[in-house]
Design a binder for this molecule. Structure first.
Ligand code: MTE
Ligand code: HPA
Ligand code: MOS
Length: 750
């Protein structure tokens, strides 16, 4: 099935928040953010701004009828700064005017006096001063301290990985308007409709049932709207509630880039010990996560870094500690991979360091240490249905890695100013929210009298095509045409208490809830059919919209069946609830079985480096990916390609630059470079590993949204190989993104 949205997307017909036709009298908002990254607010003067014609109101923390608090996991983030500011761009006031031009003009008339405090942007410095968001967390297995003495080789090193701007095409935005009886409706570009509902209710001081949140689709989220759509929805809701008028807010790109949190930069130290046959015996790491000025999702991201700190390897002795450091940057947040890429980059760097020092191939060490069936992950889960070696071997057989290496060697021996490099990047990614209670979902299915269906789930469409997958599920259960099924917007009055669409589990969780609802309806319909056919229910089935009796076609068609059921007063509406079975995790012991299953894969990345300029082109990315039994290979391949590109961007060109005073210097697309078609690998091949797929995946089709992001990490290691081929003096280092400028410096390092 094709993505139901593709036609409307390319013809510009799809409606995003900023496209919603507005009601007459709609007001427009703009956010006044702190001009300083850290300090005490001495004075805030709104009087000039308030005098501007067309201004309808300026709101600060003083206007909040409920609680000025939007912290999700930990309550440490006010909607509006009260007496202190902790990052540049932190919302202080919300201006509402007749139109956006006036609102933005007023921003310039607001005067704020701030007593400046020390600005810290470096996580190691923050940790040294004791500025932590939460106490550090450690995952360990075995005993590293005892094992170092037994290792034949030990290497240590430092790893830096940068942040990353989400650059969703649709910026943060919302549209709120008053409804009857003190209620409010919010259209929000959010991955978490219920989170917006809960926080808006908290801000307004009303019960959640007074707040309705509706999400049609997002122009991309990538994690950036899991938590951080909330403040912008709350601001529109607050102004709308107080003024009793519709209020709309849509951030300008530059404001969005300056004000919102991004992927967490990490700075880490590692120590790795190997035996003489290249088995990794022990691995230890200290990771300093740059959390920004408030927790946001950092505690959960810390956790996922720990879960994935050994990637696809079994290491009997490990000890990894993550410090979530409080700095004066916008609170960093979810971004595709959710801390896992940062963790995996460290272990891959450690292996690369060992390989380089020992003068052996990195992939030989990788292959020797792949996790195997029944091995223990360092968090106590037993590895089951492990496919990492399958993926790697399939990649080797399909793409002939030896041959690729040989060709690269030949190329490098013949060319002086151009060098190639290759890297193998295995991935292992756990599927489920790491917080067990979040792994639940609901769906609502209506069958209308004419045989058409309206389905609602808690999943948010953000380009990943979850809506298409939902239609596929309903069509499959009933065996009816997909044209009969309409997917409704995500709305908190139809589906309540949703988890954000995140952790790659949107389709699994909501699709299974939907499947359950449809299966229950189908049972009822079969009863109706059995009455019509005067037979047992067990003899009835539906295939291609025709009712079958004992496998033989009858003359009862879908429409007739529905009409009969309706006249017979059978309930044609059903609610489905799904909670992932089996999973659990005990934080006090840091062990359990947190993931429903793991996704595996292997990428082989090759690059050609221009050694005069430091520029590079990726020739091939050849992937074997474990989709399970993919329910939609066009969509799933698209997810792999998109994630891969974002991953390559993260480790090669996307470079955030913050000034010492906390100002984002790379705050526009002239200074922040994201991958474009020219930087895409010239050839991307994706081979699906042949497997049945796990029972806990939706229709045995594995979650696919985030795992392939980590294939991009291979780009870093391919690049350093190419640099090394040109400059044998180059001491390999781990400092992503490896931009062309940095490559050039390393090419000529003495
Ligand atoms: N694909 C597109 N086109 N746009 C997005 O915003 N978000 C990614 C991934 N793929 C995203 C995307 C992230 S971060 C996640 S967690 C998953 O989609 C969420 O959707 P799913 O759970 O339905 O896979
Ligand atoms: N992944 C993504 N988002 C989340 C998670 C997770 O594991 N936990 C809480 N929010
Ligand atoms: Mo995805 S980072 O879990 O929204």
């Amino acid at each position: 099935m094709k993505n139901i949205d593709s036609k409307n997307h390319v013809t510009g017909k799809s409606v995003y928040v900023d496209d919603i036709p507005v009601q007459t009298g709609t007001l427009h908002g703009a956010v006044f953010g702190s001009p300083k990254a850290h300090g005490k607010i001495i004075n805030l003067n709104l009087s000039e701004a308030e005098k501007l014609e067309g201004i309808e109101g300026i709101f600060t923390f003083k206007d909040i009828p409920g609680r000025n608090q939007i912290g999700g996991i930990i309550e440490d983030e006010p909607l509006f700064a009260e007496h202190e500011v902790h990052f540049l761009g932190q919302p202080v006031a919300f201006v509402v005017a007749e139109n956006e031009t006036i609102a933005r003009k007023a921003l310039k008339l607001i005067k704020i006096e701030i007593e400046e405090w020390e600005v810290i942007t470096d996580p190691r410095e923050a940790q040294k001063k004791g500025h932590l968001l939460i106490p550090p967390r450690t995952f360990k297995m075995g005993n590293v301290a005892d094992e170092w003495a037994k290792c034949d080789f030990i290497f240590e090193g430092k790893v830096e990985s940068g942040g990353q701007e989400h650059l969703y095409i649709e910026t943060q935005g919302s549209y709120a308007y008053p409804m009857d009886n003190g209620s409010i409706k919010i259209h929000s570009s959010t991955q978490g409709a219920t989170l917006v509902q809960k926080m808006a209710a908290r801000i307004l001081g009303v019960p959640m049932h007074r707040v309705e949140v509706d999400v049609a689709r997002l122009g991309g989220g990538f994690g950036g709207k899991e938590d951080q759509a909330t403040p912008y929805a709350c601001m529109a809701a607050l102004a709308s509630y107080i003024l009793q008028k519709p209020v709309k807010l849509s951030l300008h790109r530059l404001d969005d880039m300056q004000m919102t949190g991004k992927r967490h930069p990490y700075s880490s130290d590692f120590k790795i010990g190997l035996s003489k046959d290249y088995k990794i015996v022990a691995f230890q790491a200290k990771m300093y996560q740059n959390g920004g000025a408030a927790n946001d999702l950092s505690p959960a991201i810390t956790e996922r870094t720990l879960f994935h700190s050994t990637n696809a390897y079994y290491i009997p002795n490990t000890e990894v500690i993550v410090y979530s450091c409080k700095t004066n940057l916008p609170p960093n947040t979810a971004y595709r991979g959710f801390g896992a890429p940062q963790g995996m980059f460290v272990i891959e760097s450690a292996i690369a360091k060992a390989a380089c020092e020992l003068n052996v191939s990195k992939r030989m060490i990788q292959e020797k240490n792949f996790i195997k069936e029944n091995d223990l992950f360092q968090y106590g889960q037993i590895a089951e249905n492990v496919n990492i070696n399958n993926c790697y071997q399939t990649a080797d057989q399909t793409y002939h890695i030896d041959q690729i290496e040989k060709e690269i060697e030949e190329f490098n021996s013949k060319n002086t100013n151009s060098k190639k490099g290759m890297a193998v990047m295995p991935i292992c990614f756990g599927i489920s929210f790491t917080k067990t209670p979040m792994n639940q979902a609901r769906a609502l299915v209506h069958i209308y009298q004419d045989g058409s269906l309206g389905i609602s789930t808690g999943a948010v469409e953000m380009g990943q095509a979850v809506n298409t997958k939902m239609i596929q599920v309903a069509a499959k259960v009933f065996s009816i045409k997909t044209e009969r099924i309409k997917i409704e917007s995500t709305n908190t009055t139809r589906v309540a208490n949703t988890s954000p669409t995140a952790a790659s589990s949107g389709a699994d969780l909501n699709g299974n809830a939907l499947r359950i609802a449809c299966e229950n309806l189908l049972e009822r319909l079969k009863q109706t059919a059995s009455k019509m056919l005067l037979c047992n229910v067990s003899e009835v089935s539906i295939e291609n919209e025709i009712v079958l009796k004992n496998g033989k076609k009858t003359d009862i068609l879908w429409e007739q069946l529905i009409e009969t059921a309706f006249l017979d007063r059978i309930a044609l509406t059903e609610n489905g609830h799904y909670a992932t079975p089996v999973i659990h995790f005990d934080k006090t012991k840091e062990t359990g079985h947190p993931f429903a299953y793991h996704v595996y894969g292997t990428a082989v990345v090759t690059v050609t480096l221009d050694c005069i300029r430091g520029t590079y082109e990726f020739d091939d990315v050849k992937i074997v990916h474990d989709f399970g039994n993919s329910m939609n290979s066009i969509i799933d391949n698209g997810q792999v390609e998109g994630a891969l590109m974002q991953g390559i961007g993260w480790v090669t060109m996307e470079e955030l630059a913050f000034a010492k005073d906390g100002k984002l210097l790379s705050s526009s697309l002239t200074t922040y470079k994201v991958p474009d078609i020219y930087s895409a690998p010239k050839n991307v091949e994706i081979t699906a590993l042949k497997t049945e797929g796990p029972e806990l995946a939706l229709l045995r089709s594995k979650a696919v949204g985030e795992p392939p992001f980590m294939y991009g990490i291979g780009a870093y290691f391919a690049l350093i190989k190419a640099i090394k081929a040109f400059n044998s003096n180059y001491k390999i280092d781990f400092d992503a993104p490896l931009t062309p400028e940095k490559v050039l410096m390393r090419l000529y390092q003495k």
